[in-house]
Design a protein around this ligand. Structure first.
Ligand code: MRU
Length: 354
């Protein structure tokens, strides 16, 4: 199965595919300074919750690998600054904070003074954190395949499936969550056409999902966001499958702005609505979607299109995500299995399963 690669660890640095330039240009940048990599996350060079998690993991590893610290004490002083830099990039995608927590624990494990040879311990921290970042990436790849296998069984054997935004390889650094489900279904012989809403204002649907699917020759039809209701009512859509940026304990799900509306219309038309996400996207510390911080992005992304003003000089709003209440979600597909309502119970079971 061929998929695009949004991020790669190389001896020269972390290489990112610049998603801001797609689909017109395929350009890569190599990051050797972690601050630049954090800025790249903020600026949407890489985006999508799981991919942001991988980028933060590689970014922390890069920072430690290239740090000038000469003692563990110096590195221990620097480490929280590195983590904070990544924590201040995007507020909604919880995979970012999941990755940071994982690295904090691993760092403490490695830095605990077990040997008197400080130089050797420092070297070990550097190499082990790189290994940890590669492990996060590998887990993502394997997790996506597993989500895909569980999710494919829920899709219709033929017909149309709607998605939202881009929850594909570009967004996860694997085969994708929502698009991973579709990819696995197609690999299993399903005849599926993907309905891709363009996903204003940042156009992840038209710029990224349509491009990504087209690269893999997966049939698709691109629609504008205001066609969603029409297609769910009359377009023969058998299921909706989307990704997630953060899922609360009760199943309330934050995903790209517009997802909530799609879920409500899907329910109105008896179309099953699935969320596909790794367990790292579930925030067990919050009880409902009301506690999910929603990123506010620049008004200019609404008033301008490709640098051209398309509205009068007026105020505009750009919440980047919305929260779909759990009651509209048919099931949440994770790498450990499918959770069904009541989610508080089913998600908890999946977290405890090994
Ligand atoms: O603002 P973005 O492009 O990072 O938003 C991405 C989404 O909303 C995706 O649907 C979500 O992160 C899931 S990606 C597998």
């Amino acid at each position: 199965m061929h998929t695009v690669e949004p991020i790669r660890w190389t001896p020269e640095g972390v290489v990112l595919l610049d998603q801001r330039r797609l689909p017109s240009e395929v350009i890569h940048h190599t990051y050797t300074d972690y601050r630049e990599l954090a800025k790249a996350i903020k600026d949407m060079v890489i985006r999508g919750a799981p991919a942001i998690g991988v980028a933060a993991a590689m970014g922390i590893a890069l920072a430690v690998q290239r740090s000038r610290a000469k003692s563990i004490e110096e590195l221990r002083a620097e480490f929280p600054v590195i983590c904070e830099t990544f924590a201040h990039t995007r507020p909604t995608a919880v995979d970012l904070f999941w990755a940071i927590e994982r690295f904090k624990l691993r760092f403490e494990d490695l830095a605990r003074p077990a040997s008197k040879d400080e130089a050797a311990t420092l070297e070990r921290i550097r190499t082990e954190l790189v290994k940890e970042a590669l492990k996060v990436h590998e887990e993502r790849r394997e997790g996506d395949k597993s989500i895909g296998r569980f999710g494919a069984k829920l899709l219709p054997k033929s017909g149309r499936v709607m998605t939202q935004c881009n929850a594909g390889a570009l967004a996860t650094a694997g085969i994708g969550t929502a698009l991973g489900v579709i990819r696995m279904a197609i690999e299993g012989g399903y005849r599926i056409e993907v309905i891709v809403p363009e996903t204003r204002p940042y156009l992840q649907g038209s710029r990224l999902t349509a491009w990504e699917l087209h690269q893999d020759r997966i049939p698709l039809t691109l629609i504008t966001d205001n066609m969603v209701g029409h297609f769910l009512k009359t377009g023969g859509v058998g299921a909706v499958v989307v990704g997630a940026d953060r899922i609360a304990r009760n199943g309330d799900t934050a995903n790209k702005i517009g997802t909530y509306g799609i879920a409500v219309i899907a329910r109105e038309n008896s179309v099953p609505f699935y969320v596909a996400a790794p367990l790292s996207t579930i925030d067990y510390s919050i009880s409902s979607g009301e506690q999910i911080p929603i990123e506010e992005r620049s008004e200019e992304e609404v008033t301008h299109l490709a640098g051209i003003r398309i509205a009068a000089d007026v105020r505009a709003a750009h919440p980047a995500f919305d929260v779909t209440p759990a009651r509209y979600i048919t099931a949440i597909i994770t790498e450990r299995g499918v959770a069904r309502p009541p989610f508080e119970e089913s998600l908890n079971k999946l977290a405890c399963a090994s």
